[in-house]
Design a protein around this ligand. Structure first.
Ligand code: C2O
Ligand code: CU
Length: 544
């Protein structure tokens, strides 16, 4: 196995991803940042210099479990202090499994400002994780949504009374490029002729099969992704091989990755076709994000048809069915432990605290501590965070998930769940109505430090006496991010066998900011010694 060194300088630059000029957080001047390419078993070393002048940074390696390196997870407030302007921090970790992963800022709402990219890990040649499918070529697609306001404006708005919601994105980006109608932009800020915002082109040779790796790091949007006229065979999800199934439209949530195979065998190879991303699950207010699938020999330029509009935004059943269809590849089934030692039921609600709108789990809205848990727990810094554990459940027998609920007893807390090392933990996420009548959204939940088995989904109220008997224990897929559908529940299982402190949260940037997350700790006593570089804030400042 190799050791791959990267030198990254993080800085603000003027960028025009959708032809409108805006300040973006860049890596070596780029957004998205460079793709990290590695082979299973390699060690990746990223030396990050923070040149943001007045802003901290931390970078999370989304989908990499950080086995043996919990301090390299890059989650500010959980596993490290932020990297200060002028400082250098080196992340070192092993990519132990092949697949499609991502990285992004994990500090405040910084991810939305442009600091993101792909991690692509090839299977070790001849190993047991070799791909159970074949293809001739590969293309990588990173999906995002984009706003012209700064993340500070967004964060301040979310914390204001009354709330100023971030609103629908101004554009949808594919590999960092999108389109915006310049006549709607502030004069002098938009230039539709910039090559920087030209639609990306994916070349294909007629008759060949291509693997498209598709990843979403949207801040808000659930997306529908299509390749016009080309059915997609889904073969990978979050770094795990799945039982192949064919879709015309792929539903993809923030934090998820998929690989699909397409055959460049359209009956008309003399023209080009659209790649299109569209907002679903929320009523869209954003134009389609586009790129071009270009057949060798066809004239360059945009396809002659309008881009696909995708599935109806409120077609929940279509998205639900894809979730259910995603199971492990028959030759790559890793059966889950047959039963759990502990079940945590998390009710997802929108609540008000002191007039501010928050998201809460079992009536507790999450806040990050100022001292990272990993450091506080290892060093016995009691008082660094709330020592009372958050609730294991809520009144699920009586709670009406379809009603607007006031939830008057909501509190904020930075307490965490301590898991017995090696125990099997079930988490059931229960969705409910928001503060507006007849509204429930999709939440993509992401777990750090683990993959989890997705045991089941349902629409309606989860019944602990009934639904566990319906779990898929035969061939559930392993994932790191999973959707909880409107008014639905999702059940997952993982083994608490990775010593560290791990965030588990909704991957919608604004929702996590508003408290939609929890933290798990396991095996803290097994961690030998923490690198001093992760310290220096809160109670770990000099003088304590
Ligand atoms: Cu990709 Cu905690 O996030
Ligand atoms: Cu959410």
């Amino acid at each position: 196995a190799a050791t791959l060194h990267h030198e990254w300088e993080i800085s603000y630059q003027f960028k025009s991803p959708d032809c409108v000029r805006k300040l973006a957080v860049t890596i070596n001047g780029q957004t998205p940042g460079p793709t990290i390419r590695a082979t299973q078993g390699d060690t990746v070393v990223v030396r990050v210099s923070n040149s943001l002048l007045t802003e901290n940074v931390a970078i999370h390696w989304h989908g990499i479990r950080q086995i043996g390196t919990p301090w390299a997870d890059g989650t500010e407030g959980v596993t490290q202090c932020p990297i200060l302007p002028g400082d250098v921090f080196t992340y070192t970790f092993v990519v132990d499994r092949p697949g499609t992963y991502m990285y992004h800022a994990h500090y405040g709402m910084q991810r939305s400002a442009g600091l993101n990219g792909l991690i692509i890990v090839a299977a070790a040649p001849g190993g047991r994780d070799a791909e159970p499918f074949a293809y001739d070529g590969e293309h990588d697609v990173l999906l995002n949504d984009w706003w012209h306001n700064s993340t500070y404006e967004q964060a301040t708005g979310l914390a204001s009374v009354p709330i100023r919601w971030v609103g629908e994105p101004h554009s949808l980006l594919i590999n960092g490029r999108g389109t915006f109608n310049c006549s709607a932009a502030v004069a002098g800020t938009c230039d539709a002729t910039l090559s920087e915002c030209a639609a990306p082109v994916f070349d294909v040779v007629p008759g060949k099969t291509y693997r498209f790796r598709i990843a979403s790091l949207t801040s808000l949007s659930a997306l529908n992704f299509e390749i016009e006229g080309h059915p997609m065979t889904v073969v990978e999800a979050d770094g795990h091989y799945v039982k192949p199934f064919v879709v015309d439209s792929l539903s993809i949530y923030s934090g998820e990755t998929y690989s699909v195979l397409i055959k460049a065998d359209h009956q008309d190879p003399t023209r080009n076709y659209w790649l299109a991303s569209n907002v679903v699950s929320r009523q869209p207010g954003t134009p389609t994000g586009t790129a071009v699938l270009s057949y060798l020999g066809a004239p360059r330029g945009p396809p002659p048809t309008p881009p696909p509009a995708g599935r109806a935004w409120n077609d929940t059943m279509y998205r639900f069915q894809q979730s259910v269809a995603t199971v492990a590849h028959p030759a790559h089934v890793e059966p889950p432990p047959p039963r759990a030692d502990r079940t945590i039921l998390l009710l997802n609600t929108q609540n008000k605290i002191d007039g501010r709108i928050k998201w809460a789990l079992n009536n507790v809205s999450f806040t990050l501590p100022h001292t990272p848990y990993l450091v506080a727990m290892k060093n016995g810094l009691l008082g660094a965070f709330d020592q009372r554990p958050p609730p294991e459940t809520y009144a699920h027998q009586t709670y009406d998930i379809y009603a607007v609920q006031k939830n008057p007893n909501t509190t904020t807390s930075n307490g965490l769940y301590r898991l017995r090392f090696g125990s099997v933990v079930d988490v059931v996420l229960q969705n409910a109505n928001m503060l507006d009548a007849n509204k429930s959204e999709t939440h993509p939940w992401h777990l750090h430090g683990h993959d989890f088995w997705v045991l089941g989904y349902g629409i309606g109220r989860f019944d602990p006496a009934v639904h566990p008997a319906t779990y898929n224990l035969r061939d559930p897929v392993l994932k790191n991010t999973v959707a909880v559908h409107p008014y639905g529940w999702t059940a997952l299982r993982f083994k608490a066998d990775n010593p560290g402190v791990w965030a588990f949260h909704c991957h919608i940037e604004a929702h996590f900011f508003m408290g939609m997350g929890v933290v798990f700790e396991e095996g803290i006593e097994r961690i030998a010694e923490l690198p001093p570089e992760i310290m220096g804030c809160g109670k770990t400042k000099g003088g304590h």
